[in-house]
Ligand binder design. Structure first.
Ligand SMILES: Cc1cc2nc3c(=O)[nH]c(=O)nc-3n(C[C@H](O)[C@H](O)[C@H](O)COP(=O)(O)OP(=O)(O)OC[C@H]3O[C@@H](n4cnc5c(N)ncnc54)[C@H](O)[C@@H]3O)c2cc1C
Length: 361
């Protein structure tokens, strides 16, 4: 079927101003996905219609909203024609305005590779380490993924891709092996399938890297806060910093329920030893449901209760948060109260279908 201009109407064209770049958007693809696939450094984070980072102004044409933009955009933005690129499918050729990133544009491209689930290992009773051996390195023009970023993983028979953060610094991951930490989600489609029997040998498609969660330049102290499988991206980020000889004072608060939910303790202790001797890395686990009469000598309570007092200089601090959305929301509030600059609070929310409008991820 050909449209008015002799072009298959299975795809539309998006012109991106002020860069003047154009891209084809296939039916079924969203605008952000198409933009990243064509190498545009389009600002984005969650890609699931929750963070608003990919917003842009629709100047001409029509889009279909995959989820209600009003969940994220305010009235002024909506009146001004703002849309979410990750939640927009094209109903016509369009023109949009968005300030594309500079400097790192090439590295913003994503690549896709086939692979196989080559090994699994239980880290706790409900968190599994996955090793995926890929056919081609997930190498984008200009480099590897950045520590803190994530990939989309698709297993045959599972309805759609799921996002998982790289659990090792890129220089530590073998070029053809990627590791991820995955927590079992009650009634979750992919995780139920993964945990119910040994799936090693299954074919898998990996695409990425995505997201803009990585350690920013700076001199001030760093506070990291994670819970559950959020250990993955913080571990990768800290490993990379240590490999670069980071000299910033750093505290990492990790929230878990009980001692049975702690993992990567040896990796954290090696990192503390590797950290530059002129500064300090402190890994501090906090348990919320550990029995009162157990032998646990460490901190208890919600991880966010222990933020105050960890640093003396909050004004120059950067914060990196990763894990369940409620923990991140509570941590952001506490960090703001300590005086951390809003723009220095970086986070990756592990959203799933239950946290999204219409159950979409
Ligand atoms: C950027 C990013 C990075 C992530 N990184 C990680 C990571 O490193 N490790 C990790 O463990 N997870 C990570 N996640 C979460 C991960 O992508 C999956 O969402 C998670 O593993 C659940 O997948 P699932 O298929 O098992 O569950 P799903 O099938 O997606 O379901 C999740 C939950 O939603 C419920 N649900 C399903 N449909 C609906 C509906 N219509 N309405 C209401 N509830 C519904 C299900 O019952 C279940 O409880 C990340 C998410 C994002 C966005």
């Amino acid at each position: 079927m050909f449209g008015l201009f002799g072009k298959s109407k299975k795809e539309f064209q998006a012109r991106v101003q002020p860069s003047g770049k154009s891209l084809e958007v296939q039916a079924g693809d969203n605008l952000l996905k198409a933009g990243l696939a064509s190498g545009l450094n389009w600002p984005h984070d969650c890609r699931v219609g929750s963070c608003g980072t990919c917003k842009c102004r629709l100047v001409e044409g029509k889009v279909k909203e995959l989820s209600d933009f009003a969940y994220v955009l305010d009235g002024d933005e909506l009146n001004n024609g703002m849309i979410l690129a990750c939640q927009s499918q094209l109903k016509s050729d369009i023109v949009v305005e968005v300030e594309l990133g500079t400097g790192d544009a090439e590295a913003a491209g994503v690549s896709t590779t086939e692979g196989v689930l080559s090994a699994t290992r239980m880290l706790t009773h409900d968190i599994m380490e996955l090793t995926i051996t890929i056919d081609h390195p997930l190498r984008v023009k200009g480099g590897h993924y950045k520590a803190g970023q994530y990939a989309d993983i698709t297993f045959p028979g599972i309805s759609r891709p799921r996002s998982y953060s790289f659990a090792a610094a890129p220089e530590d991951d073998d070029r053809n092996e990627l590791t991820f930490f995955i927590r079992k989600v009650p009634n979750g489609e992919l995780t139920t399938w993964l945990f119910e029997e040994d799936r090693t040998g299954s074919p898998v498609t990996v695409s990425g890297p995505y997201g803009s969660f990585w350690l920013r330049e700076g001199e001030g102290p760093v506070v990291c806060i994670a819970g559950g499988s959020g250990m993955s991206s913080i571990k990768a980020l800290l490993e990379h910093a240590a490999n670069q000889g980071c000299t910033r004072d750093t505290v990492y608060l990790f929230g878990a329920r009980t001692q049975a939910d702690l993992y990567c303790l040896d990796a954290m202790s090696s990192l503390e030893n590797q950290w530059n001797s002129g500064s300090k890395l402190r890994f501090i686990p906090v348990l919320s449901d550990e029995p009162a009469d157990s032998d646990w000598q460490g901190l208890r309570g919600m991880v966010t209760e222990h933020i105050p007092g960890q640093l003396s200089d909050w004004a120059s601090a950067q914060a990196y948060l990763c894990g369940p959305p409620p923990m991140i929301d509570a941590a952001i509030e506490s960090l703001k109260q300590q005086g951390v600059n809003n723009s220095e609070i970086h986070f990756d929310k592990f959203l799933d279908a239950s946290s999204m409008p219409n159950g979409r991820q």
